[in-house]
Each structure stands twice: as structure tokens, then as C-alpha cells.
Write a protein that binds this ligand. Structure first.
Ligand SMILES: [Zn+2]
Length: 211
């Protein structure tokens, strides 16, 4: 069964980077809600917080979809991107429903603040897609099959996330995954190989005045 959750990113009509919210070290579940819309109740607040840091995605059609995945979350344009104008593209952010053989984690298993981080990372992928043509997206899909390309892309997306002000949250997600005793050594090794490690994220954050 899948839950289709459509989120209208119309909360903010801000376009300037100068208008990004300041980074916050830690978000808590009882943080005030921002005009919640149709996202599933359990992740709504987390997604709203993350979306506030991506004002340029305001008005974009982004669906949150529950699906059995090989990773915690993933983002893709809907397949009709090939036939649509860039401004009419639709995106899907998938949330894993089942963890196989201690591989990875479910979104529900990580702390609230880290949930904001990984959702922020997925929105970073959308920003990356937004900067690409349809052919560019196809090439990204092919390149993703190869680890060197995947590593470059995932790091670029972490950089986008940090630049948008969600550095503390991505850092917490990374740290959590690498330290969780339920996550297999193999998966941790993969994470360390492809993604920025917590220390590298800290160094990256130091390069931005906002932190
Ligand atoms: Zn990613």
C-alpha cells in the first residue's frame, strides 16, 4: 500500500538567498508548526521545516511517496519530465517502508533533527535536478550507477544542503547512521565511501558564514 502525499511548496514566496532562515542547531518535535499541509502527519513537521530552507522550490510539485527502497529516502523527477517543460516538472521523494537485512535505516528510526536533515538532502537533489535539462537528468541517472559519479553527486547535494542552512541536520543524520549498532558494517562502509563523513561536513560548514 502506498500513501501519496502531495505537498504544495507554497509556504514561502521568497526567492532571495538572503531570505533563507538562519541555521538552527536542533529542531525538536514540538517546534511550532508552519501552516501544515497534506504531508503525512508523522513527517509533516520535519518536511515543513526543511522546505522553509528551500524557498526557491516554492510552488514546485513535490510528492512524498512511501515505497520499499534500498535506501532511507530517494528523489526522482516523475518520468514525464522528458515531455514536460522544466517549469512543469514534478518530483517524487520516496520514503522507505522496509529495511532489508540490517541495511540502512527507516526515516522513522532516526531522530527528529536528523529526519529534517535527510529530507533537506532530498530537497537538495530536487534543486540539482532543477538546474539540469532533461538530457542532463538522464545522464545523471546513468552516472548514478557508477560509484565515482554517485560520490560526486551525493557530495554536491550535501553541499547544497549545507549552503541552504541545514548543515547541523545533515551532520546529525550522517553521524547517526554511522554510529547506529543496527546498521550493518557493509552499509556503513558504503555510506563512508559515497557521502561526506560528519567531520567533513563540519569542515564544510565552517566555510559558510551562516554557521
Ligand atoms: Zn542523496
Amino acid at each position: 500500500m502506498r500513501n501519496l502525499l502531495i505537498v504544495g511548496l507554497s509556504l514561502l514566496v521568497l526567492n532571495s538567498w538572503a531570505n533563507l532562515p538562519d541555521p538552527v542547531k536542533e529542531f525538536y518535535k514540538n517546534a511550532p508548526q508552519v501552516n501544515g499541509r497534506a504531508l503525512d502527519a508523522s513527517y509533516q513537521q520535519q518536511a515543513q521545516i526543511a522546505m522553509n530552507y528551500y524557498p526557491e522550490l516554492s510552488g514546485k510539485k513535490i510528492e512524498f511517496v512511501r515505497k520499499d527502497l534500498k535506501t532511507t529516502m530517494a528523489s526522482l523527477p516523475k518520468l514525464d519530465f522528458l515531455f514536460r517543460k522544466k517549469e512543469n516538472r514534478r518530483y517524487q521523494i520516496f520514503i522507505d517502508t522496509k529495511v532489508k537485512a540490517s541495511k540502512g535505516l527507516l526515516l522513522s528510526e532516526v531522530p527528529f533533527n536528523a529526519q529534517v536533515g535527510i529530507i533537506g538532502h532530498e530537497l537538495g537533489h530536487v534543486v540539482d535536478y532543477e538546474n539540469k535539462s532533461a538530457v542532463g537528468i538522464l545522464l545523471t541517472g546513468v552516472g548514478y550507477l557508477f560509484h565515482p559519479f554517485r560520490k560526486k553527486l551525493e557530495r554536491k547535494v550535501d553541499e547544497i544542503t549545507v549552503a541552504h542552512g541545514l548543515g547541523y541536520q545533515v551532520h546529525e543524520f550522517s553521524k547517526y547512521v554511522l554510529n547506529d549498532p543496527h546498521v550493518s558494517a557493509k552499509y556503513k562502509k558504503y555510506k563512508r565511501k559515497i557521502y561526506y563523513k560528519p567531520k567533513q561536513l563540519s569542515v564544510l560548514m565552517q566555510g559558510y558564514e551562516i554557521y
